[in-house]
Design a protein around this ligand. Structure first.
Ligand SMILES: Nc1ncnc2c1ncn2[C@@H]1O[C@H](COP(=O)(O)OP(=O)(O)OP(=O)(O)O)[C@@H](O)[C@H]1O
Ligand SMILES: [Mg+2]
Length: 269
């Protein structure tokens, strides 16, 4: 049987902390195909960030392997890995003392890209994430709104033209409209740049709307994975619980926001 090599493969990966007392990631196997958009959903402390940090070699697994395009990341030089994988940090992670252009250009600079090329790339990236070049280039992170900072985080992750982008709760602390707009914009970028994306989110509705496939983590374990339709057939009670919110929202919205201005069910006229 011939099957395409997954671009990212976690094979029986485990990672514990505190001398083995905390099993942050517990025997997780997961594959992501080239071009796929995978969301990882799970409650706080379920091991999502740890799994991502393992992929980028920010930490090393206690057991198992992570392969990128068939190559064990443990064998790949971290600088090369950084070029291949863009990372959007959970807290935004911009350097407060650096201007926006320096924040975005940091990886190319570490890779030895000439200054003129970096400047051109920074402008291109500002356009890409829909921030005004002149207005934002020389500002500092504290002079930007939360949504603008997240856009800079995405631009920085894309600076070295990676094939893979890992995003840790990228749109977490934003108002719903900004979050929705950023999510849609990122989804368009994912398609346009032919990226492979893993995005962590607490929000199952966001995962369903943005991702091709969803992986559910609980207490360090991968409890389910599949398309939204596949997940809805899962017998796992935790998955059922997670899907409950978007289901209830969808039902309520259908009643409260009827199409074509029709009268809501149970309405007065
Ligand atoms: N460097 C560390 N040292 C000790 N324990 C850690 C470390 N990093 C993570 N942990 C623990 O591992 C578990 C998983 O943490 P992780 O950050 O992966 O969770 P998460 O799913 O990303 O949670 P959240 O949604 O709150 O960001 C937690 O119990 C956490 O306290
Ligand atoms: Mg986390």
């Amino acid at each position: 049987m011939t099957s395409a090599l997954p671009l990212i493969a976690f094979k029986h990966v485990s990672k514990s902390f505190d001398g083995g007392r905390i099993h942050a990631v517990d025997d997780v196997s997961l594959e992501v195909a080239e071009g796929e958009f995978l969301a990882i959903v799970g409650s706080s402390g379920s091991g999502k960030t740890t799994l991502m940090r393992l992929a980028n070699r920010l930490i090393a697994p206690d057991a198992g392997h992570i392969a990128i395009a068939g190559e064990d990341v443990a064998q790949v030089d971290p600088i090369t890995l950084r070029r291949r994988i863009g990372y959007v940090f959970q807290s935004g992670g911009l350097f407060p003392h650096m201007s926006i252009k320096d924040n975005i250009g940091i990886t190319p600079r570490l890779l030895g890209t000439p200054a003129k090329e970096i400047a051109a790339r920074v402008d291109e990236l500002l356009d890409l994430v829909r921030l005004d070049r002149k207005q934002h280039r020389d500002r500092f992170p504290h002079e930007l709104s939360g949504g603008e900072r997240q856009r800079v985080g995405v631009a920085r992750a894309l600076a070295a033209k990676p094939r893979i982008v890992l995003m840790d709760e990228p749109f977490g602390a934003l108002d719903p409209l900004t979050r929705d707009a950023l999510g849609d914009d990122y989804r368009a970028l994912h398609r346009k740049l032919k990226l492979t994306t893993i995005m962590i989110t607490h929000d199952m509705t966001e995962a369903i709307l943005l991702a091709d496939r969803i992986a559910v983590m609980r207490s360090g374990k991968l409890v389910a994975e599949g398309t939204p339709a596949q997940l809805s057939e899962s017998n796992d009670p935790y998955v059922g619980e997670l899907l409950g919110t978007p289901r209830r929202q969808a039902e309520r919205l259908q009643i409260l926001l009827p199409k074509d201005g029709a009268t809501p069910q149970g309405g007065a006229t």
